[in-house]
Design a protein around this ligand. Structure first.
Ligand SMILES: NC(=O)c1ccc[n+]([C@@H]2O[C@H](COP(=O)([O-])OP(=O)(O)OC[C@H]3O[C@@H](n4cnc5c(N)ncnc54)[C@H](OP(=O)(O)O)[C@@H]3O)[C@@H](O)[C@H]2O)c1
Length: 290
């Protein structure tokens, strides 16, 4: 059986976690690429690469993830988050490959007060959210052999993320103001990487159990950014004083949903996976990085 897996955006947070985990799965053959090796916005390059490598599965971790930057660079955000997924889906359809694509909680407007289900109406309030939603929609127009995983507030020891930013600012400053009226679920990229490998093994490589569609994956429990920062400082022993503020007191280019907690029942039941609580995963991540 072909168990070749092409990972795009392999130098990002999620790509790096997949890279680390893949060593535990010698039966799966991973090919990691990033923009220098495979620019997913280039249809010819994608088609040539796919034709040459013939992967059974493509995991698209590549994205334009600068939420504020996307407001000023709509063209590139759309190119990477909306058009490239369509290019990948078309190449997958040509090669009979499956596509696992990662999307975001920011496809929702945040006006809910209960965790979002996969069927809930989307209504992005930022360029980033709109471009990611467009990417989902474009994949659906090409074929049905996809798993789209929406996740939220991702962090890891790699790259740019809230956890790393708080640690670095907390060590420099005596006090720090953090928004306390946006709620979501911090998600450890390694947990999501484990989920992706579970989906590959339990579903895609097992045609009898193949379960395409949209899934929500986030660590269990929820908090505000302020509460997230507080937990980071407690675990790390950082003495910087945290001051809770409102979103109105911290204007950003892009609007963020005030509530973007995801209901993860579907992914847990479909693939029989447990999802750790965000506090436990944060401790795990911070102990790994030492
Ligand atoms: N981070 C979060 O909080 C969060 C939350 C919800 C959903 N997500 C989604 O989760 C997925 C993974 O996010 P992440 O945090 O791991 O992202 P990330 O760390 O920003 O990594 C994205 C990677 O994609 C690469 N890339 C950009 N343009 C590309 C192109 N044209 N061709 C190939 N590669 C390209 C980037 O390279 P360069 O760095 O060189 O540009 C980077 O290595 C994304 O789909 C994101 O939208 C993330």
């Amino acid at each position: 059986m072909n168990s070749k897996i092409l990972v795009t955006g392999g130098n990002g947070q999620l790509g790096n976690e997949l890279r680390r985990l893949c060593k535990n799965y010698p039966g799966l053959e991973f090919i990691f690429t990033d923009v220098d090796m495979l620019d997913i916005t280039n249809p010819d390059a994608v088609s040539v690469f796919m034709e040459a490598s013939k992967p059974a599965i493509v995991v698209n971790c590549a994205a334009f993830t600068d939420v504020d930057g996307a407001e000023d660079d709509v063209k590139n955000a759309r190119k990477i988050n909306a058009l490239a997924p369509q290019v990948l889906a078309a190449a997958c359809a040509m090669q009979n490959s499956f596509l696992i694509h990662i999307s975001t909680d920011y496809v929702f407007d945040g006006n809910s007060s209960v965790p979002y289900n996969e069927e809930d109406s989307t209504n992005p309030i930022s360029v980033y959210g709109s471009s990611k939603l467009e990417g989902e929609e474009k994949i659906k127009t090409v074929f049905d052999d996809y798993v789209i995983i929406r996740t939220s507030w991702m962090y890891s020891e790699f790259g740019h993320n809230f956890m790393r930013k708080m640690i670095s600012l907390g060590k420099e400053r005596d006090e720090l103001k953090v928004v306390n009226d946006q709620f979501g679920s911090p998600t450890y990229a390694r947990d999501l990487a484990n989920c992706i490998i579970d989906i590959i093994i339990k579903s895609i490589l097992n045609p009898q159990a193949y379960l395409p569609g949209i899934y929500h994956y986030a660590n269990q429990g929820s908090c505000s950014w302020y509460e997230f920062a507080k937990e980071i400082f407690e675990i790390e022993g950082i003495k910087c004083k945290l001051i809770p503020i409102s979103s109105a007191e911290y204007p950003t280019k892009a609007k963020r949903p005030p509530y973007s907690v995801l209901n993860t029942t579907r992914v847990r039941e479909a693939f029989g996976i447990g999802i750790p609580n965000w506090r436990d995963s944060l401790k795990e991540c911070l102990s790994t990085k030492r």
